[in-house]
Design a protein around this ligand. Structure first.
Ligand code: NAD
Length: 234
């Protein structure tokens, strides 16, 4: 039985991934700011390397070596570029990009030792389209796609695959919050009307994709950016 760590696993997409990997037979640890309900919960801020290292060490001690890492922790932000403060820019980049760097570097030694590992980074479809008022978020998520491709080349020979899943509109507290604050450029219903499969995404749609990408069978898939967006690429 392998051990999987899911960051951001206390809510939304990360929670669905944690549940799904648990159902798939992984020992699951959820690393989040607040404790999750699924799996073994370790509380840490992904932007804080010392907290991340401590959390990963606790997982190793409790569940054994970490062979799967899904980076789903994320923070959105909606601010006109001319009004974007240095502090907000840094926090959004810190959570969405630097957090992935810390978690991958902290979990990786176990995968290298096993010569087997699976890393999935949850980026965003906005990295393809761009998004007004989300320059910091889109920049960070685009960088996650780039990080994914480079890591795939570096780690492929060592048995570790690295892929990114950029979700489209997925019904989570993050999306509903943005809708309530009228930051989505229209209601969710409006966005559904522009989505070819005519529904909003479910966290389980992302979880199913992750489930495959971390499986034994997906060993020939690496460095890929696999959109899950109902056919809507922008
Ligand atoms: P969510 O807000 O429901 O869940 C995000 C989780 O990340 C929360 O549990 C939160 O506590 C955790 N988190 C935030 N900052 C953290 C930090 N510094 N350290 C540790 N944990 C932290 O959001 P969601 O919609 O489930 O989003 C999951 C991922 O999917 C995010 O990376 C988000 O950017 C991405 N995404 C979501 C959508 C969507 O439509 N919902 C679209 C594109 C991308």
């Amino acid at each position: 039985m392998r051990t999987a760590v899911v960051t951001g696993g206390a809510s939304g997409i990360g929670r669905a991934i944690a549940r799904r990997l648990g159902a798939d037979g992984f020992k699951v640890a959820v690393l989040d700011l607040s404790p999750g309900e699924d799996g073994y919960a370790v509380t840490a801020d992904v932007t804080d390397r010392a907290q991340v290292d401590k959390a990963m060490a606790a997982v190793r001690e409790r569940l054994g070596p970490i062979h799967v890492l899904v980076n789903a922790a994320g923070k959105d932000g909606f601010t006109r570029f001319t009004e974007l403060s240095v502090t907000e820019w840094q926090r959004v980049v810190d959570v969405n990009l630097n957090g992935v760097f810390h978690c991958v570097q902290s979990a990786l030694p176990d995968m290298l030792e096993a010569r087997w590992g699976r890393i999935v980074n949850i980026s965003s479809s906005s990295a393809h389209s761009g998004q007004p008022f989300m320059a910091h978020y889109v920049a960070a998520k685009s960088a996650v796609n780039g990080l994914t491709k480079s890591l795939a080349l570096e780690l492929g020979p060592k048995g570790v695959t690295v892929n990114a899943v950029p979700p489209g509109f997925i019904d989570t507290p993050m999306l509903r919050g943005a809708e309530q604050r009228q930051q989505l450029g229209g209601t969710i219903e409006y966005h559904i009307s522009r989505t070819p499969v005519r529904r909003v995404g479910r966290p389980e749609d992302i979880a199913a994709t992750c489930s495959f990408l971390v499986s034994e069978e997906a060993g020939y898939i690496t460095g890929q950016i696999i959109g899950v967006n109902g056919g809507r690429n922008t």
